[in-house]
Design a binder for this molecule. Structure first.
Ligand code: CA
Ligand code: CA
Ligand code: CA
Length: 806
């Protein structure tokens, strides 16, 4: 207990009641019996997969060590070796968040060994849980003898009152404030192997599925209704718009009973959500990029907020550079081989931080937005937060000088030169630049006042109010004096969407097929779920951006209607089922393998959480004049008796086809349904039906098949005797409304007729040169055009037997 009391003195709050804290000595047989249903919660506890799922405890800024694999294993061929420990707490850690449960008992075992020549003969080690913040609890201890593998073997019970949303297990030596004064005693290297924590299986995660219709049929904002996404940044590539967003869904945790989630915690977010569309209404979910955190593309960063992306040819190869805020303190970039990855980190430390020249006085070195000029020169805009206290209060409020512009070098992953001040009025964050007609436009989000900005102050005339999007126009992407301020581009979103939708905003502008579009966010889906008391979960929106003749921007009006659909949806190809115009009650999840539609290394998702009564829909699908004859889905049945009804125009519209999901449960299979009367342009609803209370199936992708085009023709064949020989006659009438070519083919000869007029016949009597012929068939081949498309229709007609005399 003394150990734990000393811990509390350095700011750690020792947990009150750790039932199972016990020393391993004399405890070898004392472990609680393992129940049959118990599970080992540790992944790769034997380090046979190297260091996968392990990292160094970083609960305090001073913690640090190197973790490596060693072949000096207690069992198997690998163990972990910890060297270079900066604190007594610096040791190997695994995240058990979501696995361990309050009130449950667990058995912990592990092997540990230390060897340093100048170290003590014996040394105590702890297995400790970090519950987040300053809450640490020692779980099990062992006193090891130098040079020998010692065994942790004990139980611990997590108090029923303990919050376990963060629960990270690590191994350490007893705490001391100044371990560097005797590193041989306190900071020895050690090895770890065969770690297990056995207990109740992890609880099934609470459902995050959005049950309401979050995007109403006919409306185009928010862009998606099945998940959240903030700080959207649009990228146009190869006929599609890609939106990169802060993954607001990551920490969303609706209470299973009340349906209400705790407020958003940005600290939970280390993924970026990607969606894309070719029409700005039907959006394909590409899932999340695990950017930051121990298993992230850039594991030296902890968070991934407010993404910005640009493409550029570097060393002859087109690459995609995804910038993001690593919390408020720094910004970073990862590199993609395509807009959908795969993603790699070219850097081993952050791109923008305290070392960046010219950024010294920027409080929050975040919100990085790239811009590549027509001449190929790339720039990065970043920064925000409290203004420098060295300025007078009125200046701190009106001209806080907290945003910066800096050049990137040709690699896109390093800056060059010194950052220049963007003197944006009432600036807070979210700088973004685009170019139109030779002029540069910088938009940004304005602050909400308060002590960070000089206390109670009034904005100068014409300056923006709180939480608005202002903009500036300049002839130089590095020069943004306050005189370039041009006005408010977008007022706060709460002006349009009402109670519960206020708060910050973050915008981007992209040009797609000749029009400019403005992206912003608003907690409108959160509002549809919870009413006016929202929890800060934001959704992406788009509006069209219009310009005045003098180049200034017409202030944007936020609407649920959103933008017009750019083009009809093409159903005659394989497309991902995780493409939604609208949806109800479904969710998506990433599965192994690449996308059938996007190929290569693009991630693939499936639609899941499909219950009786749920649905998904596509907006404005063009089936053409001749229509669709069938639809095929790749599905995985999860229960017997599921079916997908294909409906037109509304979720209760006429059923034009029913896909029976009658394939073996648990296996992916293709199922097809014939369609009846599907032509022209319609919204298409896939409504799901089956037994209540169970997940029915999952869907990977869809494809519609066009009806085969046919040329109408009436054909007959006969046999008769002419001058002692049987003649076979074939007649074909053109029933089409335009001339066609008709070929008549029999075993006794062929003839082709060009330009047979509508209603006219092609006729030929072929001599068999025989006195009798058996029954057979003739072929009529009609070639023409239907709706501008070349079509050939082939008909077989029965020809009777014929004989002369007898
Ligand atoms: Ca091992
Ligand atoms: Ca559902
Ligand atoms: Ca899919």
């Amino acid at each position: 207990m003394e150990q734990r009391m000393r811990r509390a003195t350095r700011g750690r709050v020792a947990a009150i009641a750790t039932v199972g804290l016990m020393l391993a000595a004399g405890f070898a047989t004392g472990a609680a019996p393992v129940q049959a249903a118990d599970t080992n919660l540790i992944v790769n506890g034997g380090f046979e997969d190297g260091l996968t799922d392990w990292f160094v405890n970083n609960g305090n800024a001073s913690d640090g060590a190197q973790l490596s694999a060693t072949s000096d294993a207690y069992a198997g061929t690998n163990a972990a070796l910890v060297t270079g420990r900066a604190t007594t707490g610096s040791g190997p850690m695994q995240d058990l968040s979501g696995k361990v449960q309050a009130g449950q008992a667990y058995t912990l075992t592990a092997r540990i060994k230390y060897e340093n020549a100048n170290g003590p003969a014996t040394k105590q080690f702890f297995a400790t849980m970090h519950y987040g913040g300053g809450t640490y609890t020692n779980l099990v201890s062992v006193t090891a003898t130098k040079g020998q593998w010692a065994q942790f073997n004990g139980t611990f019970t997590i108090p029923a009152t303990q919050t376990v949303s963060t629960a990270r297990l690590f191994f350490e030596t007893p705490w001391t404030a100044t371990p560097a004064t005797d590193p041989d005693l306190h900071l020895m290297d050690f090895k770890l192997d065969d770690v297990s924590v056995v207990g109740a299986a992890p609880p099934a995660p609470a459902s995050k599925t959005i049950e309401v219709v979050g995007k109403l049929p006919g409306e185009h904002n928010p862009l998606i209704g099945h998940k959240f996404g903030a700080d959207g940044f649009g990228l146009v590539h190869d006929g599609r718009v890609y939106m990169y967003m802060t993954n607001d869904t990551q920490g969303y945790a609706p209470n299973p009973t009340t349906g209400v989630s705790p407020g958003i915690n940005y600290g939970d977010i280390n993924q970026i959500t990607v969606i894309s569309s070719a029409d700005l209404v039907n959006w394909t979910d590409h899932g999340e990029i695990q950017v930051a955190g121990p298993n992230g593309v850039a594991p030296f960063t902890a968070n991934s907020w407010a993404p910005g992306i640009a493409k550029k040819v570097v060393n002859g190869v087109e690459r995609f550079f995804l910038y993001y805020a690593n919390g408020g303190g720094s910004s970073n970039v990862i590199t993609g081989a395509s807009p959908l990855g795969p993603w790699t980190s070219e850097r081993t430390s952050t791109l923008i931080d305290g070392r960046t020249p010219g950024a010294e006085n920027v409080a929050w070195k975040f919100d990085p937005a790239p811009f590549v000029d027509d001449d190929g020169q790339p720039y990065l805009y970043f920064g925000g937060g409290p203004a420098s206290t060295s300025m007078p209060p009125a200046e701190r409020f009106n001209n806080p000088k907290n945003i910066r512009a800096i050049e990137l070098d040709d690699t896109m992953v390093a800056t060059q030169g010194t950052a220049a001040v963007v003197d944006a009025p009432v600036a807070f964050e979210a700088g973004h630049v685009f170019k139109r007609d030779g002029k540069y436009y910088l938009s940004y989000s304005s602050h909400f006042g308060g002590n960070d900005f000089g206390g109670s102050q009034q904005p100068l005339p014409g300056y923006p109010g709180g939480g608005q999007i202002g903009y500036m126009i300049s002839d130089n992407p590095m020069s943004w004096p306050k005189e370039t301020y041009a006005g408010v581009l977008f007022p706060n979103q709460s002006q349009f969407f009402g109670s519960g939708t206020g708060g910050n905003n973050h915008q981007s502008v992209f040009e797609f097929e000749g029009k400019h579009y403005f992206t912003y966010h608003a907690p409108t889906l959160n509002k549809r779920i919870n009413g006016n008391t929202t929890q800060g979960y934001r959704s992406p929106h788009i509006q069209e951006l219009a310009f005045n003749p003098d180049g200034t921007i017409q202030q944007v009006v936020g609407t649920y209607a959103g933008v017009n659909q750019v083009r009809d949806f093409d159903p005659y190809r394989v497309f991902e089922a995780e493409t939604f115009g609208w949806s109800k009650g479904v969710a998506t999840t990433t599965v192994d393998g690449s996308s059938a539609q996007f190929g290569g290394a693009a991630p693939n998702l499936v639609v899941r959480d499909i219950d009786n009564g749920d649905w998904a829909a596509l907006s404005s699908v063009d089936f053409g004049d001749s229509g669709a004859q069938s639809v095929t889905a790749k599905v995985r049945a999860l229960a017997a008796g599921g079916q997908i009804q294909v409906r037109l125009d509304t979720a209760t519209g006429p059923v034009v086809g029913t896909v029976a999901v009658d394939t073996p449960v648990g296996q992916w299979a293709e199922v097809t349904a014939q369609l009846d009367g599907v032509s022209g342009v319609h919204d298409v609803y896939f409504t799901y039906a089956g037994p209540a209370g169970v997940d029915l199936f999952e869907i990977d992708n869809w494809a519609f098949q066009a009806a085969t085009l046919e040329l109408p023709v009436t054909a007959t064949a006969s046999a008769r005797c002419v001058a002692g020989k049987v003649h076979v006659a074939v007649q074909a009438r053109n029933d089409h409304d335009a001339p066609v070519t008709i070929a008549l083919e029999t075993p006794y000869g062929e003839r082709s007729f060009a330009a047979v007029a509508p209603g006219a016949n092609a006729y030929q009597s072929f001599s068999s040169r025989a006195v009798s012929v058996p029954a057979g068939s003739a072929t009529v081949r009609v070639t023409g055009a239907v709706g501008g498309q070349d079509v050939t229709t082939v008909r077989t007609v029965q020809q009777p037997a014929g004989t002369c005399g007898g």
